[in-house]
Design a protein around this ligand. Structure first.
Ligand SMILES: NC(=O)C1=CN([C@@H]2O[C@H](COP(=O)(O)OP(=O)(O)OC[C@H]3O[C@@H](n4cnc5c(N)ncnc54)[C@H](OP(=O)(O)O)[C@@H]3O)[C@@H](O)[C@H]2O)C=CC1
Ligand SMILES: N[C@@H](CC=O)C(=O)O
Length: 416
């Protein structure tokens, strides 16, 4: 019998109990032994048939020698970090969906697991039910990874989809995502891009072997996207998505890493990914592009990934995985302002005469391709510029604003 404990009986934790219960026989056949949820830690009381398993005291789990795997699905840094460290030091493997913790302390926890001859697995921390951690680490191991880009947050993709296809107000779409169990406890992490940032940091750390800190990654969410931008994107045969991406810069481990909204051409591989679905594109030097697609959030898809890790740990029987990356305290993220990108730019000419504004734009950017939208105000100008050094664009914004031509929005145009 493999006894496990589940820390946190929320959306994911209750899903883990359900998946293990529902697929009991199948899992036993796969592992060669029964997997049994012995204890559940949560601070609340639950009226469920398995109420006798609950404890509010972590010591009941830590000091139980029969429990060999701890599933941490509480979220947040503390006490999840302390609980995970304590479990590993007690030679219990830890499985988690907690990307905030993995992104912040992954290297330390992986090292601690190795030192204690146990495992720390986190497949569910990126892409919900989509297999990505193991494929990146194992199946694509023969490749040098040139780039990873993805729609990594189900909640924001759900909101964008509802806003665009059903004209649903932002707040209503967010409430729906919360009711469906997609959103983080604090949903600003979804909307402001921080959840996607944690996920791209985990993928970057895994792919390039150096810890990439969320704090060092420029992060912008979907809060400033309006239906007007959506219309301009449409006129350019594009859709707007929130993209987390990391690109190899050199052999020393430096990367370009950021999270921001982006215009994607409708024919591109990530453009058609809607609703709560996530898509992750991995560009390997041998495979070319590989795209992983599936439900990026929600109770059962996420629980599926967590339980798969439990099965792998159970089957590992005392061996430890080579999964690791180095945390040497160095910031490997290069300054994005020194990189180049295509842009959609939307300006308001305010009181400036439109012909004058067009002249100013030409002076700054040369010939640009103008876009249009229904009900476009006379003093609004939107256009596309190609291969712009980001630092130059920031300067040009300032020059234009001195001429009373103000930036309303600018969104990168990416090619995935
Ligand atoms: N929901 C999803 O679709 C996905 C979530 N994740 C990640 O999985 C983790 C869990 O998410 P989710 O299940 O949605 O979150 P929930 O908030 O639904 O569940 C967390 C549970 O843990 C409990 N908890 C929190 N702190 C403690 C503590 N100190 N002691 C005991 N119990 C505690 C919470 O209790 P209380 O409510 O009283 O605070 C709650 O019941 C997070 O890291 C999240 O980012 C990853 C992929 C997808
Ligand atoms: N809040 C997250 C949940 C999964 O990681 C999301 O919406 O993607």
């Amino acid at each position: 019998m493999i006894n496990i404990a589940v820390l946190g009986h929320g959306v994911v934790g209750s899903g883990v109990v359900e998946v293990i219960e529902t697929n009991q026989e199948y899992i036993a056949k796969n592992v060669g032994d029964n997997v049994y949820v012995k204890r559940i830690l949560d601070l609340r009381d639950f009226d469920v048939p398995y109420a006798d398993k609950f404890t509010k005291d972590y010591a009941d789990i830590l000091n139980d020698p029969e429990i060999s795997i701890v599933v941490e699905v509480m979220g947040g840094i503390n006490p999840a970090y302390d609980f995970s460290k304590a479990a590993l030091r007690h030679q219990k493997s830890v499985v988690t969906s907690n990307k905030e913790l993995v992104a912040a302390k992954g290297a330390k926890l992986l090292r601690l697991a190795k030192e204690n001859n146990v495992n720390y697995y986190f497949e569910a921390s990126v892409g919900g039910g989509i297999p990505i951690i193991r494929p990146l680490h194992s199946c694509l191991a023969a490749n040098q990874i040139d780039e990873i880009a993805g729609i990594l947050n189900g909640t924001s993709n759900f909101i964008l989809t509802k806003m665009i296809s059903e004209q649903m107000p932002f707040e209503d779409a967010l409430k729906m995502a919360q009711a469906l169990g997609y959103a983080e406890k604090n949903p600003t992490a979804d909307v402001d891009g921080h959840d996607a940032c944690r996920k791209i940091c985990i993928l970057a750390s895994l792919a390039y072997g150096k810890h990439i800190y969320p704090d060092s990654v420029p992060t912008q969410g979907i809060g400033e996207i309006t239906l007007e931008d959506v219309d301009y994107a449409e006129s350019n045969d594009c859709v707007i998505k929130l993209i987390g991406r990391v690109k190899k810069v050199d052999e020393q481990g430096h990367v370009l890493c950021m999270v921001s909204p982006a215009l994607l051409h409708k024919q591109s591989q990530l453009a058609g990914i809607s609703d709560v679905f996530n898509g992750i594109l991995v560009r390997g030097n041998a495979t070319g592009d590989v795209v992983f697609y599936g439900r990026g959030a929600g109770k059962l898809p996420t629980a599926s990934a967590v339980v798969a890790d439990v099965i792998d740990v159970a089957k590992a029987k005392g061996t430890t995985a080579a999964l690791t990356w180095e945390d040497d305290g160095v910031n490997y993220v290069v300054d994005y302002r020194n990189t180049r990108c295509d842009y959609y730019i939307r300006l308001s000419a305010c009181d400036t005469d439109k012909q004058q504004a067009v002249k100013e734009i030409q002076k700054q950017f040369g010939e640009v391709r103008y876009l249009s939208r229904p009900k476009q105000p006379e003093n609004e100008l939107a256009f596309v510029v190609n291969d712009m050094l980001e630092r130059d664009l920031l300067e040009k914004e300032q020059i234009l604003s001195a001429e009373n031509i103000y930036l309303v929005n600018k969104i990168r145009i990416l090619n995935y």
